[in-house]
Design a protein around this ligand. Structure first.
Ligand SMILES: Cc1cc2nc3c(=O)[nH]c(=O)nc-3n(C[C@H](O)[C@H](O)[C@H](O)COP(=O)(O)OP(=O)(O)OC[C@H]3O[C@@H](n4cnc5c(N)ncnc54)[C@H](O)[C@@H]3O)c2cc1C
Length: 287
């Protein structure tokens, strides 16, 4: 299908983009990589009269370490994440997850900020953000606020972000050396969204779990933090039995929508399966 007519704007700075957001209000939409927004416009689920392209604004891209955090510009593409030496060294979970997103065409244009801001529970970055304890920098003409990923996703395609805000940066506390990690994703074929997926970070203290984070993709209307499953593992040995019990707790919070990838029962079972798989792989990688 063909989208409605719209005017295209290419501001050169964040203040200019914020000014356009104020000027056009409900009629405006921010454009990043376009791989979620443009399909929605073609289907007329979104019908903005003004597209504000963030792609010409210097400073919204890049990956660096500062103040104990990895700071990623919101316009950084999946491909740029995949080739980042800093992430390879300090936060390989993001590389593993980004490599599982769609295909090279999508990964060359799609951005981490767009993937998060879109609020799609099928997108992969939100669960990784929960597992990594990330926070998001949101700018408006009134100033800047930093909000934690935990609590940011409030419903399907719905986040805490206000219409006059732009996500400028993602901040991830640098994982402690030796942190185990895994993003386990079940998909029907290359390029598909997850039937279910689990993001895990894991710190061991000898044979017992010092700390663990578990978050699920496409298992409910938002990405889900499996807090009870995490609590069940802290301070305990990571055995097949404790992993299976944690997966049952993770499944108990699932509320997936049935779709062409399966009914709710199957998708919940697969969320449990991905949780077990991610915990096992993370254990093998933890030092
Ligand atoms: C065939 C196909 C398969 C896909 N498979 C997957 C997959 O397996 N996993 C996955 O995670 N994703 C998948 N995607 C989605 C893809 O990763 C998108 O790129 C991503 O969801 C949106 O990022 P974008 O940069 O393209 O944003 P856009 O499509 O440009 O924008 C998406 C939304 O976010 C808003 N937005 C964008 N940037 C900002 C910002 N900085 N601040 C505030 N609001 C902003 C826009 O206004 C819009 O509402 C797939 C897409 C396609 C077409």
């Amino acid at each position: 299908m063909i989208p409605r007519d719209f005017e295209y704007h290419a501001p050169k700075s964040v203040p200019d983009a914020l000014g356009l957001l104020r000027q056009f209000g409900d009629e405006a939409k921010l454009l990043a990589g376009g791989h979620s927004l443009l399909p929605m416009m073609k289907m007329r689920f979104a019908q903005p009269g003004h597209l504000i392209d963030l792609g010409r604004i210097p400073g919204l891209k890049g990956i660096r370490e500062e103040g104990g955090a990895i700071r990623i510009g919101a316009m950084t593409t999946e491909n740029e994440l995949i080739w980042s030496k800093l992430l390879q060294e300090k936060c390989p979970l993001l590389i593993e997850g980004a490599r599982l997103i769609s295909d090279p065409q999508v990964r060359y244009k799609g951005t981490i900020g767009g993937d998060i801001a879109h609020g799609d529970p099928g997108n992969d970055h939100p669960a990784m953000m929960l597992a990594l304890g990330a926070s998001f920098v949101l700018r408006s003409e009134a100033g800047e606020r930093v909000v934690p990923a935990d609590g940011f996703f409030v419903g399907t395609y719905d986040t805490l972000m206000k219409p006059d805000e732009i996500m400028t940066e993602i901040r991830i506390p640098v994982p402690a050396p030796g942190t185990g990690y895994c993003y386990a994703k079940l998909k029907r074929k290359v390029g598909d969204f997850a039937t279910a997926a689990a993001a895990v970070t894991l710190q061991m203290n000898g044979d017992s779990v010092r700390d663990v984070a578990i978050a699920l993709t496409n298992a409910g209307p938002t990405p889900l933090k499996a807090s009870a499953a995490e609590d069940s593992l802290r301070g305990k040995a990571l055995t097949d039995a404790s992993i299976a019990a944690a997966a049952v707790l993770a499944m108990s919070i699932c509320d997936p929508a049935a779709d062409q990838r399966g009914d709710a029962e199957y998708k919940t079972a697969m969320a449990g399966e991905m949780t077990q798989r991610a915990l096992r792989v993370a254990r093998s990688r933890a030092a």
